[in-house]
Design a binder for this molecule. Structure first.
Ligand code: FAD
Ligand code: MLT
Ligand code: ZN
Length: 475
């Protein structure tokens, strides 16, 4: 159903020779993959929106191995695409041409966990869900959670500065990541893997690599701060009659629930219909134009239940909410969360997906969805809006039977111009990768883009790390 976008022009990197393969065998013996069938899933992204043609995938286990690989690639001018769980949404994790895929799949060791401070130190290839289980057994949780938790790697999360479902409560990885170990393009190991909460000694270099999408270095280990596991969790799924009521519910929520509010997500009626149609998940709330998912996390079940009840009384009594359901036991909590978390999966089954991830002023968040429904008419199968409303983050998705250049032309640059006019961001949490790199200028001024290009040239003068990604005009 997909159509691969044109990759542009290949830059003059070397191609992998028999001698290179022999050198890689020496560095990661038995972990040099060249079988096309085995390589295929790593050449295609999760959305099936981009496809590369790499002929080599390497699976290092240690930072030292990553360093030796990059030293060789740097000397030989070979391009490299770092890859974690390959769940990225912007085509950043797969090669564009024949770049070598450097996978962190075997770098999956927890290095340490400190039970007093909650500091976790681990290798970059640890799967987020496995880390969650590790720290939950010790009375903590990961500061981030996302629908891709079963596959995504913590290194990939840091490289994309993933936001997700806990951002409202625990903030950005820019605050919770305490240290990083990174291998630079020439193989130099930068050890900033400290576990300190406070450290104002010079520039905070780790911030450069958080959200750099594999273009400045390969993240090999991460140190991050885990919050204590909440003893009481409540989830409410509520139906709202309009978007104005969604916003008022959010305001009421912040006032009444205060410090125990841990998530405020929204989705429109079409999202819930698609999750029902394609994944057979039933919605326990009466059909409504909008739904919100409110989560509280706290330390006292009674106190939190009292607050939640008072909140529900207010919103139901004033007509902001027309129907709802609540869950406290883990199974039902997961059932309610699945309706929200699995929207992207349902969209993928609906057809070709045009995906936008925007930061907008919360009052205007849904206007673009209604505007596009009129603009696109029957050319689109579905135009839906959902996302992390509490963070001002809209996921705007359009589905169609198949890719069409004319539909794309109706969406871009219109969506980007609309967003720029609101001083919004054209990528709230997914990054730019290959698919959005030319949109950077809608959210950053030319001086900032130029400085980014200078930083890239400083850290990776040959441009071998994830070329054709994130920055415009490289191909
Ligand atoms: P990959 O997809 O493998 O890579 C992503 C980028 O990071 C690429 O540019 C790659 O080159 C680079 N990279 C990967 N590992 C490294 C490394 N060790 N060093 C340097 N660069 C590296 N995102 C959100 O922000 N919030 C969400 O709520 C959210 N939900 C999602 C739900 C689903 C179902 C899916 C499929 C994706 C979702 N995402 C979400 C997208 C998100 O970006 C990824 O899931 C995740 O952060 C990427 O991790 P990954 O290991 O799969 O990285
Ligand atoms: C989400 O919040 O569900 C993710 O960011 C994935 C998506 O945008 O579909
Ligand atoms: Zn999201």
């Amino acid at each position: 159903k997909g159509k691969w976008p044109s990759p542009g022009r290949r830059l003059p990197f070397s191609t992998v020779s028999e001698e290179d393969l022999a050198a890689f065998q020496g560095i990661v013996p038995g972990r040099v993959i060249t079988d096309p069938e085995e390589l295929d899933p790593s050449n295609v992204d999760w959305l099936r929106s981009v496809r590369g043609s790499s002929r080599v995938l390497l699976r290092p286990r240690t930072s030292e191995e990553v360093s030796r690989i990059l030293r060789h690639c740097h000397a030989r001018n070979l391009a490299v695409t770092p890859q974690g769980g390959n769940t990225g949404m912007v085509g950043g994790s797969v090669p564009v041409f024949d770049e070598i895929i450097l996978s962190t799949v075997l770098m999956n060791q927890v290095i340490s966990f400190h039970g007093v401070s909650g500091v976790l130190v681990c290798q970059a290839g640890c799967v987020l869900e496995e880390l969650s289980q590790h720290v939950e057994q010790r009375g903590f949780i990961m500061p981030l959670d996302l629908g891709a938790k079963g596959s995504c790697h913590i290194g990939g999360n840091v490289a994309t500065n993933a936001g997700g479902l806990r951002f409202l409560r625990y903030g950005s990885l820019r605050g919770t990541v305490l240290g990083l170990e990174v291998v630079l393009a020439d193989g130099t190991v930068l050890d900033c893997l400290t576990s300190l909460r406070k450290d104002n000694t010079g520039y905070d270099l780790k911030q450069l690599f958080i959200g750099s999408e594999g273009t400045l270095g390969v993240i090999t280990a991460v140190s991050l701060l885990c919050p204590p596991r909440p003893l009481a969790v409540n989830v409410a799924l509520l139906g709202c009659p309009g978007f104005a009521e969604v916003l008022q519910t959010f305001s009421t929520c912040k006032q009444v629930l205060g410090e125990i509010l841990s998530a405020f997500e929204f989705m429109d009626a079409e999202c819930v219909q698609l999750v029902g149609r394609h994944l057979h998940l039933a919605c326990p709330v009466r059909e409504s134009p909008f739904y919100v998912l409110v989560e509280t996390s706290g330390s006292s079940a009674r106190h939190d239940a009292e607050k939640m009840n008072s909140f529900l009384e207010q919103v139901l009594g004033s007509g902001l909410v027309t129907d709802g359901t609540m869950a406290t036991d883990q199974k039902k909590v997961q059932v309610l969360w699945a309706l929200r978390e699995r929207i992207s999966e349902a969209l993928g089954r609906d057809g070709y997906v045009y995906k936008y991830d925007l930061s907008l002023p919360v009052e205007r968040l849904y206007d673009l969805v209604t505007d596009l429904r009129t603009r696109l008419g029957p050319r689109a199968k579905h135009v839906v809006g959902y996302g992390h409303l509490g963070d001002g983050n809209l996921h705007l998705n359009v589905t169609a039977e198949a890719f069409s250049a004319s539909l794309l032309g109706a969406l871009e640059p219109y969506v980007y111009e609309w967003t720029a006019a609101q001083r919004g961001s054209v990528s709230a949490e997914h990054g730019l990768g290959f698919r959005k790199k030319d949109a950077l200028g809608y959210s950053k001024p030319p001086v900032a883009v130029q400085l980014m290009q200078q930083l890239k040239a400083l850290l990776d003068p040959q441009g071998i790390l994830n070329p054709y990604k994130m920055l415009p005009g490289q191909a």
